[in-house]
Unconditional design. Structure first.
Length: 190
């Protein structure tokens, strides 16, 4: 009888342990089922968002004049930009030419040239073989420099440099030319 009691005790203990294991297993199964349900709910929500995005993309594709541009439209736009750039470049060149013309017209002094080359006495200290030198008398204008004066004479076919003008006018300070001051422009040697 003792043996039967021992066996009954062991059996009841085993059943209690099995029930405790079943309860723990059941609890784990419930947690897994809860997590699985959360995952399924999240997947369903993502599916709905994907469907909404697909619908929106489809509507944008089907909508005429949408924000997307076709290849032809992009090519036409690129051609128009290139045409505008060509016109801008042509306008720039035209403006530069006009500025150059204005610069030439505004900066070149008025050269007063006697009809025939006039023989005049050079200013004091002038050097010439016979005491006289062929050349022209020039009156300094506003914004004149020796380079500008020499260029104006060269433009009229009289080959003269700023150095030659300076040598023909001893005591002339090229940095402080005075309006109305008369200077001697030497004629080129023949």
């Amino acid at each position: 009888m003792k043996r039967i009691l021992v066996w009954l005790f062991i059996l009841s203990f085993a059943l209690a342990a099995a029930r405790a294991q079943d309860a723990a297993t059941q609890q784990q199964m419930d947690q897994i089922n809860g997590r699985l349900q959360d995952i399924l709910d999240a997947q369903a929500a993502q599916g709905k968002r994907i469907d909404a995005l697909e619908k929106e993309i489809s509507e944008l594709r089907d909508k005429p004049g949408g924000s997307g541009a076709s290849q032809d439209e992009l090519k036409n736009l690129a051609d128009q930009v290139q045409e505008i750039d060509k016109k801008r470049q042509a306008d720039r060149e035209l403006i530069l030419k006009e500025i150059e013309k204005l610069g030439k017209a505004g900066s070149s002094p008025t050269v007063r040239r006697s009809t025939p080359p006039v023989t005049t006495n050079p200013p004091a200290g002038g050097t010439s073989a016979g005491g006289k030198e062929n050349g022209y008398e020039y009156t300094i204008q506003r914004n004149d420099t020796l380079s500008i004066i020499a260029k104006a004479y060269r433009d009229q076919g009289i080959k003269v440099t700023a150095d030659q003008i300076l040598k023909a006018n001893p005591g002339l300070n090229p940095n402080s030319l005075k309006v109305g001051q008369k200077i001697f422009i030497p004629a080129p040697a023949k």
